[in-house]
Write a protein that binds this ligand. Structure first.
Ligand code: NAX
Length: 336
């Protein structure tokens, strides 16, 4: 055991995190030679409230982590103080956020969550390790990432990302099923834009067995009229069946995202991540936008440039860009 990695996780008593923590601790992500310290953040206990609270649940989760007896898990810290949770963190997985409640406008959600991410951005800047990689999962994840990044002076843009990997995985499987091939045969999937129902899962640049996906799946009406809306609304479809939002698959997407950062992307493939734009594909500089990315295995990525979109794709791209522009406008006051 030569190396130690500190992984801060927020929303640590939640459903998504429950599917992630054992995998982070087990060596699956950081390897058998790396010791993991989990630094878990939850909201403070409310003494006026009766019954089980997030901190109680988190204590139970920590008992379970102990009971896994992972040789790679060095320590677990639980706290309600972001300064403590982010102290020396090499990775910060920001999963916790305020859920949308019935009757709430998207703007209200952006506002409540925006404030959480202002504080977490500042705490990350004050306490995280210089090499910290921040991954935002809590929704609306692109804009939460934008807010945190803008309030974390000193943490470079290249160290921030938000999760579109679950959408990527969903899209990949859907194309594989339609083409009747194993999931692994589908490569170069891209989720453009926002992790929301305006995202564009790009079938035009995807490959199946190294050839354009549109050669394996020639039913363009299915691709445009069924596949795209199915991926855009997949989260809602899971809620309808399961009664609660995607958790196992979201945890898996987050694990894939982090693995994607610590493992170089294969030469003939790329991954989907929402990252701080440098203006690629005409997106305003500084916007957190879903792109195809390649990673070097050392936490660094580059956006894959030079892809073209047809008229259908351009329309979808513009729609998701418009939504992110509006989201950015509505949190303008929080951008430091
Ligand atoms: P849960 O409600 O089960 O868990 C969220 C946890 O966050 C709760 O335990 C809550 O106490 C905690 N929390 C709230 N505010 C906090 C704060 N300021 N600091 C620390 N912890 C805080 O939700 P879950 O199903 O786990 O989903 C977590 C987040 O992931 C949600 O925002 C959800 O919308 C988002 N998702 C994002 C996905 C993506 O692909 N980007 C997909 C799945 C998931 O829906």
């Amino acid at each position: 055991m030569t190396k130690t990695v500190r992984v801060a996780v927020t929303g640590a008593a939640g459903q998504v995190t429950y599917g992630m923590l054992a995998r982070l601790a087990s060596g699956e992500v950081f390897g058998p030679e790396t010791q993991v310290i989990l630094q878990l953040l939850e909201i403070p206990k409310d003494p006026s409230r009766q019954g089980l609270q997030a901190m109680d649940i988190l204590e139970g989760v920590v008992m379970e982590l102990d009971d896994c007896s992972f040789p790679t898990l060095k320590d677990v810290v639980i706290t309600d103080d972001p300064m403590k949770a982010f102290d020396g963190a090499n990775f910060a997985l920001l999963v916790g956020s305020f859920p949308r409640k019935q009757g709430m406008e998207r703007k209200d959600l952006l506002d409540i969550n925006g404030k959480i991410f202002v504080g977490q951005g500042k705490a990350l800047a004050a306490r995280a390790a210089k090499d910290v990689r921040v991954v935002v999962v809590g929704n609306p994840c692109n804009t939460n990432c934008l807010v945190a990044y803008n309030n974390a002076k000193g943490i470079p843009a290249e160290q921030w990302s938000a999760l579109t990997r679950l959408d990527h995985n969903r899209a990949r499987t859907a194309l594989a099923k339609k083409a009747g091939v194993p999931n692994a045969d589908v490569t170069r999937m891209t989720i453009w834009g926002n992790h929301s129902n305006t995202q564009y899962p790009d079938f035009t640049n995807a490959k199946i067995n190294g050839k354009p996906a549109t050669e394996a799946i020639t039913d363009r009406a299915w691709l445009e009229g069924t596949f795209v809306p199915m991926i855009q609304k997949r989260g809602a479809a899971v809620i309808e069946k399961r009664g609660s939002s995607s958790a196992m698959s979201a945890a898996n997407g987050t694990i894939d995202h982090v693995k994607g950062l610590v493992t170089a992307t294969p030469a003939d493939d790329w991954v989907s991540m929402a990252v701080v734009s440098k203006g690629e594909y005409g997106v305003p500089v500084g916007m957190v936008f879903g792109y195809p990315c390649k990673t070097d295995g050392k936490g660094n990525y580059t956006v894959v440039e030079g892809l073209s979109l047809d008229a259908f794709g351009k329309g979808k791209f513009d729609a998701t860009l418009k939504e992110l522009t509006e989201e950015r406008e509505s949190v303008k006051a929080l951008l430091g």
